[in-house]
Design a protein around this ligand. Structure first.
Ligand code: HEM
Length: 429
C-alpha cells in the first residue's frame, strides 16, 4: 500500500542538520536540472523579493527541475501557481472561509483531538512508535474534522486511504490524474523546490503507476465539492464552496485542487513537521522536553522548531521576474528564474544570530519566513502552529520522561516529493 520511497539506510541527515547556502547577495546559479537562476538568500532580500508584484509564480511550468517537484510541475489551476487578480480572487475566497472567528472556533476541538491522541498513547503504554501512535493520528483527526470527512456515509475518509492518495500524489509530484474528473493537485504545503547547491537527495522512486489512485482521489474530491454545494454543512469544504459561489468566477478545477491540496498535503505536512520536531527535541534536546509542559515555552518552542526545521530536502521556492528588480546592489534582469531560499534567510546571522542551538523557549528576534511572505504566504500556518504547540504541550505534560530509544543517526526516513519524515520514532517512558 505504501508506495512512497523509504530510505532504509541511515544515509540521510535529520532535516534540522541540512546545510543551507550561507546568506549573501543575490547571485547567478544553476538549478539541479541546469536551468539558470538567481539565488536569493538574505532575510531582508527574501522578504523584499517575495512581496514584489514584479516577481511572480505564474508561467513557471516551462522551468524543468530535477525530480518530482510538486509546485513547479503542478497544475496551473492551483492557488500557488497563480498571480495577480486570479490569485487574489481565489485567495480572497479562501480567506473568507478562514476568518479569525472560524479559526478561533476550531481551536478547542483541535486541542481536544491532540489530547485524545495523547490519552490513547498513554493508555496503550510503553514502548511506542510515535509516528503511527501520535504524529499521524493528530493531523488526521484535525484534517477529517476540518473538512467534514469524519462522519459516516460517502464523505467518510479513513487514514489508510488518505495515506495511499497522499503517497501517490507526492510520488507523482502533484501531477493531476489522467481521469476525466478534476484531479488532485498538491497545494505547496512544503513550498520548496530543489535549488542551487543542493543535491536532490530525497527524490521519489519511479514506483508503481499511480494514475488509478490519483483518478480515484480526484473523483472523490470532485464529488465531495458537488455534494457540499447541494448539502452544505459547517465544515471547511462547505465554507470554501459557498465563498467561491458567492464570489463567482472561481474555476471549478481550482476549487477542487484547493480542497484536495488542503486535505492531502495539509495533512502530510503537519504529520511531517510534528515528527521532525520530535526527532530534534527528543533526540538532541532531551533536557528541554519537560519544560514544554509550560504553555508559553511550548508556543515559543513550536515557532522555533517550525523556523529551523524544513519539511523536506529542497532548499528554495521558485519565482520569475517580469521586470528588472533591484535587490540590494544587484539588479536581477527581467525574465529571470529566481530561487528564493527560505532556509538560508531563516538562518541569516544578521537577523538570527543565535541559531538552532539557542534556548528553544526564547522568542525569535524577527518573524520566521518558514511560511513564506507576500501574496503566497501559507494559508495553513495557523493550523500548523496550533497543532505543533498543543502537541508539544500535551505530550510533555502527560509524559515528561518521554525518550527516544533509537539514536537520531539510526533513524530511517519516509521520502515524499517535497517532504521527508522519520519512518519510525521508537520511544519509551
Ligand atoms: C509545517 C507545515 C507547513 C509549512 C512549512 C508550509 C509552508 C508553506 C510555504 C513556504 C508556502 C509558500 C511558498 C512560496 O511562497 O513559494 C506555503 C503555501 C501554501 N500552504 Fe503551506 N505549509 C505548511 C502547512 C500547510 C497546511 C497544513 C496547509 C493547509 C491546511 C497549507 C496550505 C498552503 C497553501 C494552500 C499554500 C499556497 C498559498 C498561495 O499560493 O496563496 N500549508 N506553505
Amino acid at each position: 500500500m505504501d508506495s512512497a520511497a523509504a530510505d532504509t539506510g541511515t544515509t540521510l541527515p535529520p532535516l534540522h542538520r541540512l546545510p543551507t547556502t550561507p546568506a549573501q547577495p543575490p547571485h547567478p546559479t544553476t538549478l539541479p536540472d541546469g536551468t539558470p537562476a538567481w539565488l536569493v538568500t538574505r532575510y531582508h532580500d527574501v522578504r523584499q523579493v517575495l512581496g514584489d508584484p514584479r516577481v511572480t509564480r505564474a508561467d513557471l511550468h516551462d522551468v524543468g527541475t530535477a525530480g518530482a517537484t510538486a509546485d513547479v510541475a503542478a497544475n496551473p489551476a492551483s492557488l500557488f501557481n497563480q498571480d495577480g487578480p486570479a490569485h487574489r480572487r481565489l485567495r480572497g475566497t479562501v480567506q473568507r472561509a478562514f476568518t479569525p472567528r472560524a479559526i478561533a472556533g476550531w481551536q478547542p476541538w483541535v486541542a481536544a483531538a491532540v489530547q485524545q491522541s495523547v490519552d490513547r498513547l498513554v493508555a496503550a503504554g510503553p514502548p511506542a512508535d510515535l509516528v503511527p501512535a501520535f504524529a499521524r493520528p493528530v493531523p488526521f483527526a484535525v484534517t477529517t474534522r476540518l473538512m467534514g470527512l469524519d462522519g459516516d456515509g460517502p464523505d467518510h475518509l479513513d487514514e489508510d486511504r488518505l495515506l495511499r492518495w497522499t503517497r501517490a500524489l507526492l510520488a507523482q509530484g502533484g501531477e493531476p490524474s489522467a481521469g476525466t474528473e478534476p484531479a488532485a493537485d498538491t497545494e505547496p504545503s512544503a513550498g520548496t523546490e530543489p535549488t542551487a547547491g543542493t543535491e536532490p537527495t530525497a527524490g521519489t522512486e519511479a514506483g508503481p503507476d499511480h494514475t488509478a489512485t490519483l483518478a480515484e482521489f480526484g473523483e472523490f474530491m470532485g464529488e465531495l465539492v458537488a455534494r457540499r454545494r447541494r448539502e452544505p454543512g459547517d465544515d471547511l469544504v462547505s465554507r470554501l464552496v459557498l465563498a467561491a459561489d458567492q464570489d463567482g468566477g472561481v474555476p471549478e478545477d481550482s476549487l477542487v485542487f484547493l480542497v484536495a491540496g488542503l486535505t492531502a498535503s495539509g495533512n502530510e505536512s503537519v504529520a511531517g513537521a510534528l515528527a521532525n520536531a520530535l526527532v530534534y527535541v527528543l533526540g538532541e534536546r532531551p533536557g528541554h522536553w519537560p519544560r514544554l509542559a509550560d504553555p508559553g515555552i511550548a508556543e515559543r518552542t513550536a515557532e522555533r522548531l517550525l523556523h529551523y526545521i524544513p519539511l523536506g530536502d529542497d532548499e528554495a521556492t521558485i519565482r520569475r521576474t517580469t521586470a528588472p528588480v533591484e535587490v540590494g546592489d544587484v539588479t536581477i534582469p527581467a525574465g529571470s528564474v529566481v530561487a528564493v531560499s527560505l532556509g538560508s534567510a531563516n538562518r541569516d546571522p544578521a537577523v538570527h544570530p543565535d541559531g538552532l542551538e539557542a534556548d528553544l523557549g526564547l522568542p525569535l528576534p524577527v518573524p520566521t519566513l518558514a511560511f513564506s511572505a507576500g501574496p503566497h504566504y501559507c494559508i495553513g500556518a495557523w493550523r500548523v502552529r496550533l497543532e505543533m504547540r498543543e502537541s508539544l504541550l500535551r505530550l510533555a505534560t502527560a509524559l515528561p520522561g518521554l525518550r527516544l530509544t533509537t539514536p537520531v543517526t539510526e533513524l530511517t526516513w519516509q521520502l515524499g516529493g517535497t517532504t521527508r519524515s522519520p519512518a519510525r520514532l521508537p520511544v519509551d517512558w
